[in-house]
Design a binder for this molecule. Sequence first.
Ligand SMILES: NC(=O)c1ccc[n+]([C@@H]2O[C@H](COP(=O)([O-])OP(=O)(O)OC[C@H]3O[C@@H](n4cnc5c(N)ncnc54)[C@H](O)[C@@H]3O)[C@@H](O)[C@H]2O)c1
Length: 310
Amino acid sequence: MKKIKVVIFGGAGFVGNSIVKLIDKKKYEVVVFDNLSTGFVSNLEDIDEFEFVTGDIRKECDVDNVLNEAEIVYHLAALTSVEESFYKSELYYENNVYGTHNIVRGMLKNKVRKIIYSSSSAVYGEVLANGYDENFLPNPNNIYGLTKLDGEYIIKIYAINEGLEYTILRYQNVYGPKQSFDSDYCSVIPLFINNALNEKVLKIYGDGEQRRDFVYVEDIANANILSMNSGANETFNVATGELLSINYLAEKIKQIVNKKIKIEHYPPRKGDDLGSVVDTSRIKDELKWSPQTTFEQGLLKTYNYYAGKN
Ligand SMILES: NC(=O)c1ccc[n+]([C@@H]2O[C@H](COP(=O)([O-])OP(=O)(O)OC[C@H]3O[C@@H](n4cnc5c(N)ncnc54)[C@H](O)[C@@H]3O)[C@@H](O)[C@H]2O)c1
């Protein structure tokens, strides 16, 4: 039987590689497409049976070529820093918005059936009430969030007008092995673990009582796999529904790493809201997805990875 071709834009990145890993290669022909701007070929080192194509989603011919005979697209290729998006806004529009438009147009030309789009809770902006669901009016408060929302609308416009199928997954804070920790914009978990391993200070901005929903990367990959054949033309929050404070996180990491580590508090950063709980009933009901990894399990796996224990 002929395999179904799946193209993963941004597959060499932190989240993308774990999707590449989970796809059933007996059934699917997997092509990873990436310009390696923030991703690494080494992220794919432990994965077999896929083709790697170097290319840029902003280049029409790169995208058109790779989409030939494809049936499903995963789209993760994006620039992802909230801070950077403010002073490199043109680059963010070009990459995240124009790039998404290019992929969608390439899909129509090549008659590709479905796109599974990695979106972000950043589309909501600051939400003050707990229990907000996918119908909550998006109101991004940074350029990154705006570009992710634009990507969603571009996909929906072509779904309405051209019959493209989509699933939009809005992730909360993803964590796990292979996440970058050495850039200015890295996420708090890899940053704290690596600082702790090197006996550097864990810096907390504000009182540390701001809370976040952390989802393990393998659970995110699972939501992507489930979206391949269900959840058509739906948008889902992908989250645990539980919030953990930055203080709790720092203490937990200090415990696991078990070295002499100082935790210091600094003035709050602009726009660092308190955090609120997101409703996950839709993804549970419709995709039958729920997180399988407890925070303790996920944190230990992540620590083991950075400590070189696996
Ligand atoms: N990591 C999170 O916490 C999180 C949360 C919400 C949403 N997301 C979304 O998930 C997706 C993946 O995020 P990630 O954390 O894995 O980031 P990442 O930077 O590790 O992965 C992005 C990948 O896309 C590639 N890429 C970027 N621009 C490209 C271009 N123009 N052409 C080709 N390839 C390009 C990069 O090289 C990289 O491999 C992003 O779309 C992001 O917006 C991530």
